[in-house]
Design a protein around this ligand. Structure first.
Ligand code: 5GP
Ligand code: MN
Length: 321
């Protein structure tokens, strides 16, 4: 079992270097974006030179949160020539999309809360007990007396509410709420984030949701609920896969259901999102198909059509419920 570096080694890595590239995982989510921007604001306040690398357009739902005053670099093939990299919220290097070869050119500090993180960094700080990667950034900042500006606080709250479903999931503990309380005292506006995340839907996304819910299937003695989105659904509603954020929760939030699954056909592959309520470790199911995640929220990508892929996946899920 690999172990974390000492806190003093993490602190030295930050103190002894001036320029950092911050990277997260592909299909960026709120924890990832909030952690990247939160850490960027903290390090910028310490006069570090910070670039945030990203791989594809941000989902509409997160556009409100993009920090105009930070430096972003779109990575398609070429990775910025920066020797110190901090990777956030990414369980494996294979989640870095076009930056997958980053370890050949840079020293990596890996900060994450996924329990299946494989310690790919030169330095590693993994805390599966943390509800979000944003929580870890907050704890490190407190430990090292790093400056948490109001903008940093706002981003760390975005990270935490994203991975706790706004405090609804089982990973929400007293520590989570205590952290958010302190971040609010530092200037974070919780209501603003709530409105932006849940009350600013595009009509196109709501039409996609309607089509998706109309295909709901409940199987395996009502323990499994499945939702399907085909390429045609995106075309007909003028949406893209990024607009399906959160849809899988509708499958999970049904009485008696233990596992909710969303199958989304995109780029000749099917993106499978798993959520569970009480006992099924969906990260173990996702891992069997080359993916991963958390016990209650996981995902994978499988080549093939919707019918073919969903059949295979459902057969495996039935062994777990
Ligand atoms: P989502 O279903 O929201 O895309 O992902 C839920 C969780 O599963 C994420 O927190 C992420 O950690 C994990 N996950 C999603 N897709 C993949 C994947 O393709 N590979 C791995 N290793 N994890 C994934
Ligand atoms: Mn996360």
């Amino acid at each position: 079992m690999p172990v974390n570096n000492n806190l003093s080694e993490i602190e030295s890595f930050i103190q002894n270097n001036n320029e950092f590239l911050l990277l997260g995982h592909e299909n960026i989510d709120g924890d990832c974006l909030g952690s990247l921007q939160g850490l960027a604001y903290i390090l910028a306040e310490m006069d570090k030179d910070i670039t945030i690398g990203y791989y594809q357009a941000l989902p509409d739902i997160l556009q409100f949160a993009v920090a105009e005053d930070l430096r972003f670099s779109l990575i398609e093939d070429e990775i910025p020539d920066i020797s110190q990299v901090i990777v956030l919220d990414s369980s494996g290097i294979d989640r870095l999309g076009p930056a997958v070869d980053i370890s050949q050119q840079a020293e990596i500090l890996n900060i994450d809360h996924h329990e299946d993180n494989n310690f790919y960094g030169d330095l590693n700080y993994i805390s599966p007990a943390a509800a979000a990667t944003g929580t870890i950034i907050y704890n490190l900042a407190r430990e090292f007396n790093w400056p948490i500006t109001d903008r940093a606080a706002q981003n760390l709250v975005l990270a935490i509410v994203s991975d706790t479903g706004f405090f609804r999931y089982s990973n929400t503990d007293a520590q989570t709420l205590a952290t958010v309380k302190e971040l609010m005292e530092l200037g974070a506006d919780l209501h603003k984030i709530n409105r932006a995340l849940y009350s600013q839907n595009k009509p196109e996304r709501m039409r996609l949701l309607g089509r998706t819910l109309s295909k709901l299937e409940i199987i395996a003695a009502r323990k499994v609920a499945c939702l399907y989105i085909d390429e045609e659904d995106y075309q007909q509603t003028g949406t893209t896969p990024q607009d399906n954020e959160g849809f899988v929760n509708y499958a999970r939030d049904i009485a008696d259901v233990e596992v909710g699954i969303l199958f989304s056909r995109e780029n000749n592959q099917v993106k499978v999102s798993f959520r569970s309520n009480n006992y099924v470790k969906v990260n173990e199911i996702a891992a069997e198909f080359g993916g991963g995640g958390h016990p209650r929220a996981a995902g994978c990508k499988i080549t093939g059509g919707l019918t073919e892929v969903s059949k295979k996946v459902i057969a495996e899920v039935k062994n777990h419920v």
